[in-house]
Design a protein around this ligand. Sequence first.
Ligand SMILES: *Cc1c(COP(=O)(O)O)cnc(C)c1O
Length: 454
Amino acid sequence: MTNTAKARWQELDRAHHLHPFTDFHDLAERGTRVITGAHHIYIRDADAREYLDGMSGLWCCNLGYSRGEIIDAVARQLRELPFYNNFFQCAHPPSIELARVLAELAPAHMNHVFFTNSGSEGNDTVVRMVRRYWDLREKPSKRWIISRANAYHGSTIAGASLGGMGFMHRQFDVLPWVTHIRQPYWYGEGAGMSREEFGLEAARALEAKIGELGADNVAAFIAEPIQGAGGVIIPPETYWPEVRRILAKYDILLAMDEVICGFGRTGKWFGATHYGLEPDLITFAKGVTNGYQPLGGVLVGERVARVLTTGGGEFGHGFTYSGHPASCAAGLATLAILRAENVLDHVERVAAPHLARRWAGLAEHPLVGEARTLGLFGALELVKDKRTRERFQPSGRAGMVCRQASLDHGLVMRATGDSMIIAPPLICTTAEIDLLVERAHKALDQAERELRGV
Ligand SMILES: *Cc1c(COP(=O)(O)O)cnc(C)c1O
């Protein structure tokens, strides 16, 4: 693309386009990075520069950008039946078939699916189902939903209320029956404690909150198995078993937001499987279509499904495009590839162990306080002083500097405050992981020179 073509895109973008999660003024000053193409695990910008995409798009292109099978399946479906809805006693083969396949892949006790177009709508659906469940069970006092600080559950009013992002909460009125407990973020909040002790302590914040609200008033706990956007927070091994014990004791539903963890990110089909949990509801989106079409939804466990499907009248909820045929076709093609190519096996046995070894090497870097991975998640904690965990000031600057350095070296890494995070495509080979880690290392070197002024 010529420089004038690029300048023209930037000018039009500035004139007309309001981007998600963007400081509009800041963007207008710096100019938009226009992405014009992609292949395999690389994206290309308007300057024809290529980047290894360490974030799989936005946690969704888990099979990369060159999957013709998915594109063909979408095109075929659009020719066959470009649209019909799933309202009023109707359905169509792709929505029915995808529901069947998802039920097959989900934990054994989950056999029903409700489709949406996004993860946010999936979490709105969770809210609607949880309320409906307790109403039908004639326990209408069960209203509170407990979530966690620094969680991300989307950006509709319900999704953003469930989420624990303070800067989002300050821009609207959080729903009054949502409350938040602390997150299981050992590196950031567990100084002086072992991981195991801290995991138990973070889980017991749930029990304390239930005590405060009264178990008869608590409907559900919602959580990501591993927090993604919050900075790839991998809970200590003691956390989830203790949460599970507490929820069972007080008869409270567990809703797991697997929008990122689902479909192989941990090496299992779901984060719930990885942690041996049996959630009542699972929200999914992103990777289900490899990001090629918008699709989300909620997997429903038997306990909730039985109540919803036996009487009580109409469930007054749904979207025009719930189970859109083209999206479902993309989902079917994506899941077929994940199975046919044993992608989860590749993650579990090859890619994740290799990433774990190579990423751990980055902990030697003077800027890195902790380097952690699980499956194909990775995070680096940038610190000024490794021993005391002291951060650079102002907070967030080190992350920004490192993100730019990473782009300069041809790698997309994301910064969450002063944590650098990656979630590369699940199909990464060991050589591609080596390349990713090499580029991350060079980015750290450059960031260090800039931050310490040497
Ligand atoms: C991205 C994300 C969502 C929101 O999904 P959208 O499709 O952007 O609405 C919800 N939960 C988690 C964990 C996510 O990562």
